[in-house]
Design a protein around this ligand. Structure first.
Ligand SMILES: [Zn+2]
Length: 89
């Protein structure tokens, strides 16, 4: 999801695949492989965030477990702060 005028990119991250602090788990079988795999996902997320910010975008990451209301509030408040948003004229 992208708000192109405000340059805000929104990702919805799955609790499992993106190692949510509340719900992250690692399967017992092939544990080392999973740890490396899930750490690589998180590292790639941070890399993606950094690249977007260098390019002038703001990134909002919503966890799978968040309610749509919480997520929408957060996205709206970030978008409002952005140059080019409706709020800044
Ligand atoms: Zn979660």
């Amino acid at each position: 999801m992208v708000f192109s005028r405000a340059r805000v990119a929104v990702y919805v991250d799955g609790c499992y695949w993106h190692s949510c602090p509340d719900h992250a788990t690692v399967p017992k079988a092939n544990r080392d492989w999973w740890v490396a795999k899930l750490e690589a996902n998180v590292k790639r997320d941070r890399d993606t965030d950094a690249r977007l910010r260098w390019a002038g975008w703001e990134v909002v990451r919503v966890w799978e477990h968040e309610t749509i209301v919480d997520a929408a509030d957060r996205i709206e408040s970030v978008a409002r702060e952005r140059p080019g948003s409706a709020g800044s004229g």
